[in-house]
Write a protein that binds this ligand. Structure first.
Ligand SMILES: NC(=O)c1ccc[n+]([C@@H]2O[C@H](COP(=O)([O-])OP(=O)(O)OC[C@H]3O[C@@H](n4cnc5c(N)ncnc54)[C@H](OP(=O)(O)O)[C@@H]3O)[C@@H](O)[C@H]2O)c1
Length: 254
């Protein structure tokens, strides 16, 4: 029986201390990958994960990705520790609320924070990743986007939806621009997924309402997303470069 073998791959996964990123990192370490497990505040979540797979020589890296200098330092630290990166999973993100009825300053503050973390950091890591991948004859980007890009979001999440729209366009443009450099780029667009990020939404709207919107009988869990990321990083999906793959339990089929 064949299985995904990531034994010779080094992968940077942002926001891997919990939720979707943690599950992706866990799955990829099971497949043998050496993972740069990035976290911001949750060192325990990151360390517990890395300690489970000592043979992979994975390591944890702290960075507040709302700060440009931290984004640049994160990339430099990973290269310093591991020498090279084969794939980058740009997963970290925030889901901040604002309302069109808020005062402009308050609304703008949420917009700017969201863009700094969800889009600016992703853009900088993409630029640094392209430079690195070009020198080492290729690499893969996996961007964690959102169903919100295609379905639209409710008014509390305008900044969030816009940030993920930017991320999606960036990923597609990387695929078209750098394919000849052997660089591949993919987007995964999850729908509602049971993580800490989703808890506030579940408590405000109730699980029944969310279940009524999806085609399947249960909410998507982080572990439902992880195998696809591992498959992409293995190289077996390279001819789908530029694709956005929906993972939304049939709640938005396009
Ligand atoms: N859950 C959903 O329903 C859903 C749906 C569609 C798309 N997504 C996307 O999937 C990705 C993962 O979401 P999730 O649900 O797994 O979220 P989560 O459980 O809240 O985890 C978010 C991760 O992002 C990191 N992060 C947050 N702010 C950061 C900052 N300023 N600097 C650096 N890292 C930061 C967190 O680090 P620390 O905890 O260490 O601080 C954490 O590891 C996000 O891009 C999200 O937009 C989620």
């Amino acid at each position: 029986m064949t299985h995904i073998d990531l034994a010779n791959k080094t992968v940077l996964i942002t926001g891997a201390s919990k939720g979707i990123g943690q599950s992706i990192a866990d799955y990829m370490m099971q497949m043998g990958a050496r993972v740069a497990v990035h976290y911001n505040s949750d060192k325990k979540g990151a360390k517990t994960l890395v300690d489970k797979y000592p043979d992979t020589q994975s390591k944890i890296f702290q960075a507040d990705l709302s700060k440009t200098e931290d984004v640049i330092t994160l990339f430099a630290n990973v290269i310093k520790a591991f020498g090279a990166i084969d794939a980058m999973v740009l997963n970290h993100g925030v889901f901040l609320q604002h309302s069109a009825q808020d005062k402009l300053d308050d609304w703008l503050s949420v917009w700017k924070s969201t863009m700094a973390i969800n889009l600016d950091a992703v853009g900088i890591l993409t630029k640094l990743g392209i430079e690195h991948f070009r020198v080492q004859n290729g690499g893969r980007f996996v961007y964690i986007g959102s169903r919100a890009v295609f379905r639209g979001e409710t008014e509390e999440y305008l900044a969030y939806a816009a940030s993920k729209g930017g991320l999606t366009s960036l990923a597609r443009s990387v695929a078209r621009s750098f394919g000849k450099d052997n660089i591949k780029s993919f987007v995964i667009a999850p729908g509602f997924t049971r993580t800490q990020m989703a808890e506030a939404f579940i408590s405000s709207y109730g699980e029944e309402r969310i279940l009524s919107e999806i085609a399947l009988n249960e909410l998507t869990k982080p572990k439902d997303i992880a195998p696809l990321v591992a498959l992409i990083c293995s190289g077996d999906m390279d001819h789908a470069t530029g694709a956005t793959i929906d993972m939304n339990a049939g709640s938005h089929i396009r």
